[in-house]
Unconditional design. Structure first.
Length: 319
């Protein structure tokens, strides 16, 4: 009868309104709109999902948002060891097609904060000024920005300022800091860093310091640089000549001496020029890494809590 159909429609409409309210509550339907404002496919999908839930079948989990795919970062942790850095260079190089873009960005991925370049200027002390002591030290970061540049008062009286090469004069010593203070500041910067320099053993000697060999990059000892410059691999090449051949710039000119800032920046530029290739070669020459103490069961102290490691008399007294 017409009256029965009306009641049936009314109940159907009521169920429809209940379902719509539930959809709005679950976030499947905007509270401001109506089902008609959605596309027919979207409305049908929402109603189908709700019907399945009411029928006892698997209900959609609307309270959880799917997690985005985890992107594995190519960067290394701040505590990355030198061998892992070198091996990572090798991986990056093998992943790419050798394009210049990958070469330029590789070090940015590899935490440039781990790299510094250093250069020191020395003066003569001792008998006839034959001893070399630190009088100025400059340190720059990966980008060549100066992070340290101070004049240093040697421990012995200065006999020869060596101004022609060092650029140091008597007036520079007026505001110079004591050697011990400078040494402490500089070594704090160099700690856990990969240090770049040219004939860098001279700088370390002036600092009375030894930096780990695997964290040292000496541009005077890079065959790749000498090959690029067209110079003999075994020849002792100056920083000045490498800069002229490979960077097309003139340094250490004039009679006012060298600039330790300029020399440190030039060494870093030369390193970056062949960085990926050099680090790849270093990666192949590195010895195999020892097992991690975390994964080595013999290094796990928690095992000593087992009964087998406790004295039997102590075990008996504790029972």
């Amino acid at each position: 009868s017409p009256q029965g159909r009306s009641k049936k429609k009314s109940r159907k409409h009521q169920r429809f309104m209940e379902r719509r309210a539930l959809l709005e509550q679950k976030g499947l339907l905007s509270p401001r709109g109506r089902l008609g404002s959605q596309t027919p496919e979207a409305g049908l999908e929402a109603l189908t999902a709700l019907t399945k839930a009411n029928d006892g079948t698997a209900a959609p989990r609307c309270d959880k948002v799917p997690k985005p795919k985890r992107v594995v970062s190519a960067s290394l942790s701040p505590s990355a060891s030198p061998d892992s850095i070198a091996r990572h260079h090798s991986v990056l190089l093998s992943q790419g097609n050798g394009s210049s873009k990958r070469v330029r960005t590789s070090s940015l991925v590899l935490r440039p904060g781990k790299y510094v370049a250093i250069d020191c200027e020395m003066v003569g002390t001792g008998p006839q000024g034959r001893l070399s002591e630190l009088a100025r030290c400059s340190v720059v970061n990966y980008e060549g920005d100066v992070i340290y540049d101070k004049y240093v008062q040697p421990e012995l009286p200065i006999v020869d300022y060596r101004t022609r090469w060092s650029g140091i004069t008597k007036r520079h010593m007026k505001n110079a800091i004591p050697f011990k203070a400078a040494q402490a500041e500089i070594l704090k910067i160099l700690k856990d860093k990969i240090v770049v320099g040219h004939a860098i053993h001279n700088d370390f000697r002036a600092l009375k310091y030894f930096h780990p060999k695997d964290r040292t990059r000496d541009t005077s000892q890079i065959p790749v640089l000498k090959k690029r410059a067209g110079l003999p691999v075994r020849a002792n090449v100056s920083l000045k000549n490498l800069a002229r051949h490979l960077l097309h710039k003139k340094i250490q000119v004039g009679c006012k001496g060298h600039s330790s800032v300029e020399d440190a920046q030039t060494a870093m530029e030369l390193y970056r020029l062949v960085e990926v290739q050099w680090e790849k070669e270093l990666a192949h020459s590195l010895p195999p890494r020892p097992p991690s103490p975390v994964t080595d069961p013999s290094a796990d102290s928690s095992q000593y809590l087992d009964d087998q490691y406790w004295p039997t008399d102590l075990m008996a007294s504790g029972l």
